[in-house]
Design a protein. Sequence first.
Length: 224
Amino acid sequence: MGNTKILIADDEARMRKLVGDFLKKEGYSVIEAADGQEALDLFHRNDNLDLIILDVMMPEYDGWAVCREIRKSSQVPIIMLTARGEESDELFGFDLGADEYIAKPFSLRILTARVQALLKRSGNSKDVKHFNGLKIDDRGRYVYVDGVSIDMSPKEYELLLYLISNPGRALSREQILNAVWDYDYFGDVRTVDTHIKKLRLKLGGKGEFIQTVRGLGYRFEGGA
């Protein structure tokens, strides 16, 4: 669990400490935000967040606004905390993309159980991969560079996924062609070079993770 990072956003310092200390004892890594703006800043600076706990009533931006902004680029699990327990509030939160809704006061053990269930349901350990600012979420086929969603064609995504699934391994153009385009493809292996070029451009600075192996093909070196 030590690699599972949770962001807690609540303007009440006592509540942040209470929840944060309990989650740390359970083995989670925790970062804290005191208002909505700080929550968004931390979200954009940490592309390896596994779950976010948001208080609804916060200064700068409230929890609703933070949830709405996060959902523009990420499907990271979100738990909303609120002092109000009205059904309309819960429905509003779910409409914005929240995954769970817990009314205060609540049991810390119940909160932890919800966190564990949500992480298990999201399958974060297997389906989300992080490489120094590059994030690939295979649950929804999302790709993020420094928190910004990158639009990719199906083949570009499959090519990237194949490369990151073989980190540090020199892959020939023929291997890549067979794996991504399958054995029924009769085109030229230069189509691999064309797609690699497009992929590097879309990844911006992270495009350097895809290294050329002279006389053979390509290798992915992104670091964990």
